[in-house]
Design a binder for this molecule. Structure first.
Ligand SMILES: [Zn+2]
Length: 354
């Protein structure tokens, strides 16, 4: 059994990724990249958007993988993994759930009323679809999220950290509907706060996307590292191109050509920022052990709507790699309907992890 797994992994790496063995120089370069991603380089989001107008605002925000503000510990774990210490694999940091499913927050006093309303609308949507609740910080709260509007992009801390105190969520100020102030992008940043990473870095992503390393800017490949299974978990929800946590085709492109293409038909939905999918909500609900989340069939939404817009359900191989599909977003008629199980109330204590 073990030998079969090892053989498959080695073949997978040889075909799909950069070399697994890294020199000291490579490792130091990765460390330097992570450090840069944790400091403000003074660039405004608009400047970075000019360099790569095809990528989303959150991909262009100058942090790790675009918009993840790593903690010291997370950076160290990533460096160890990069150096080849430990196995490689999926999608969420462990032990970083907000206690009692409640995110404590404060919105910095720098936003217009319309911007505050947009931030509050994103929180209301999360509350509507999950058992996550938001509560304003009081003077008794040590750990909380401060929502700020610096002009360098949209980014957030990944997960809850007991000793962190102030957690960061930055939504660069813009008119609602523009730049970082797109509803699905604000929710994307909240999903980082809640504990999620990007779907394209999950362990089995090479079964679903083809990475075009040759089209990336120098150092861009660091953003396409995969996560170990001991760090992340897909909550038994299949891979999904339309997830609000998925990269688009042009992240970190050096030449305007795609850096990632779907292997199966994605209906042009990969990297979409128009809505949050039913599976995004299901992953949140399962991560927080919300009532019924683990009893809900994964395909409930597709079954009820008689449609299937993701690879795992369609299984339509297009040959080696599909052509560069047009970038216009294909919208479904309505945003996905709620799953029955999402209509839940606050739970006092989440049961233990699966
Ligand atoms: Zn992100």
């Amino acid at each position: 059994m073990w030998s079969a797994i090892v053989v498959l992994s080695l073949v997978g790496c040889a075909v799909a990724g950069p070399p697994v063995t890294r020199s000291r120089k490579d490792i130091e370069a990765f460390r330097a990249y992570l450090e840069r991603s944790r400091t403000d380089d003074g660039l405004r989001l608009e400047s970075r958007m000019l360099l790569n107008p095809k990528a989303s605002a959150w991909e262009n925000s100058g942090k790790f993988q675009g918009d993840i503000l790593l903690t010291d510990k997370q950076a160290e774990v990533l460096i160890q993994q990069y150096a080849g210490v430990g196995a490689r694999n999926a999608f969420m940091w462990p032990n970083t759930k907000w206690p009692r499913n409640t995110v404590v927050y404060e919105i910095n006093n720098e936003f217009t009323q319309a911007q505050v309303q947009a931030i509050r609308a994103s929180m209301a949507e999360i509350e509507e679809h999950t058992c996550i609740r938001f509560r304003r910080k009081t003077r008794f709260d040590r750990n909380y999220v401060l929502v700020t509007g610096r002009p360098d992009g949209c980014y957030a801390t990944a997960g809850y950290h007991e000793t962190m105190g102030m957690h960061t969520m930055n939504i660069g100020k813009a008119n609602p509907g523009e730049g970082c102030f797109i509803n699905a992008i604000i929710i994307h940043e909240w999903l980082h706060i809640i504990g999620f990473l990007h779907l394209h870095s999950t362990h089995d992503r090479d079964d679903y996307v083809h990475i075009l390393w040759e089209n990336m800017v120098e150092g861009g490949d660091y953003n396409y590292e995969k996560f170990d299974t001991d760090m992340v978990n897909n909550m038994e929800v299949p891979y999904e191109y339309a997830s609000t946590m998925h990269y688009d085709r042009y992240g970190f492109t050096a030449n305007g050509r795609p850096t990632m293409l779907p292997i199966y038909n994605d209906d042009g939905l990969m990297g979409q920022v128009d809505y949050v999918t039913a599976w995004d909500w299901l992953r949140v609900n399962r991560h927080y052990n919300c009532p019924w989340a683990w009893e809900t069939p994964v395909y409930a939404d597709e079954i009820s709507q008689g449609r299937a817009n993701h690879a795992a359900l369609e299984k339509m191989p297009q040959g080696d790699v599909v052509e560069d599909l047009p970038q216009e977003k294909v919208l479904v008629a309505d945003t996905p309907q709620d799953l029955e199980a999402e209509k839940v109330s606050v739970v006092e204590e989440a049961p233990k992890d699966q």
